[in-house]
Design a protein around this ligand. Structure first.
Ligand SMILES: Nc1ncnc2c1ncn2[C@@H]1O[C@H](COP(=O)(O)OP(=O)(O)OP(=O)(O)O)[C@@H](O)[C@H]1O
Ligand SMILES: [Mg+2]
Length: 254
């Protein structure tokens, strides 16, 4: 069964950046195939990985719902939707990317959602790791039928507000029926020393710090130049931190 690494955290704290750096770790340091899933409706994981996104799973769902009779004659509905899904999967040499896109609008989407979910689950079986960049609300994770997450990386910036959001997500997990095997806190854009008020709150929330990521000017530069974070240098401070973290994460989940 594939191992699932997922991100959680308040808006703008660095979930997509961390996801891209985890993807960079996988492409540079191990051979197993992995699937990156962009579960944020404002999808931008693809961009940070230097990929152009044309169609999302959400687009397929909408297209199908707009014209359910559009299935080519003689073709089974399920086969048709699966064919469309294959067009959405972006295949790269070292990994694949699936962009979920927007959530459904109004109407009964059960049938098409069931087919999409089944397809996604079959697809996921082909990879050793799944990397899920979530939206802040974690709707995607909570909808999965196999609600297992091997490592939930909860990202916060160096601010009590980000940290408290992590605390709330942590409380919410109990209601989500998610089977979260391990949790780790990532403090992003952190100074060298974490202050007492911050550390007190970390202790209160009770999630171990897995990684402290410094502010990394190269990330800003790459963002401005629209370059793939996969091409960051090995000695870029954020890369160094995430690579170290991933060695630990693999030891825990493998
Ligand atoms: N360690 C860092 N050093 C410098 N800049 C960073 C760092 N981490 C993230 N950033 C920058 O902060 C911005 C927000 O990061 P990112 O998009 O990863 O956050 P997010 O949690 O995915 O946001 P959203 O909730 O909108 O999806 C980006 O412009 C990114 O380049
Ligand atoms: Mg994001």
């Amino acid at each position: 069964m594939s191992k699932i690494i997922a991100m959680a955290g308040k808006g703008g704290v660095g979930k997509t950046t961390v996801s891209a750096l985890v993807a960079r770790y996988f492409t540079h340091h191990q051979k197993d195939a992995f699937l990156a899933i962009d579960a944020d409706p404002n999808s931008n994981l693809g961009e940070t990985l230097g990929l152009k996104i044309e169609k999302t799973v959400g687009d397929i769902r909408e297209d199908f719902m707009k014209d359910p009779q559009g299935v080519p004659s003689g073709m089974d509905k399920i086969v048709y939707i699966e064919m469309l899904m294959n067009q959405v999967l972006i295949e790269q040499e070292k990994f694949d990317l699936l962009v979920m896109g927007r959530q459904e609008g109004q109407g009964c989407y059960c049938m098409v959602n069931n087919i999409l979910n089944r397809f996604a689950e079959e697809l996921e079986g082909n990879y050793k790791y799944l990397l899920v960049d979530n939206e802040a609300g974690m709707e995607h994770l909570s909808r999965r039928t196999s609600g297992k997450v091997d490592m939930l990386l909860m990202v916060t910036d160096y601010a009590l507000r980000g940290l408290r959001a992590v605390g709330r997500i942590n409380d919410m997990l109990k209601d989500l029926k998610l089977d979260v095997k391990h949790k780790g806190l990532i403090v992003n854009r952190a100074p060298e020393n974490l202050g007492k008020a911050f550390m007190d709150e970390v202790e209160r929330i009770g999630i171990p710090i897995m990684c402290i990521v410094p502010d990394d000017q190269n990330l800003l530069e790459f963002d401005m130049e629209q370059r793939s974070l996969l091409d960051l240098e090995d000695d870029s401070p954020a890369v160094v931190a995430i690579n170290q973290m991933m060695e630990k994460v693999k030891e825990i989940i493998d």
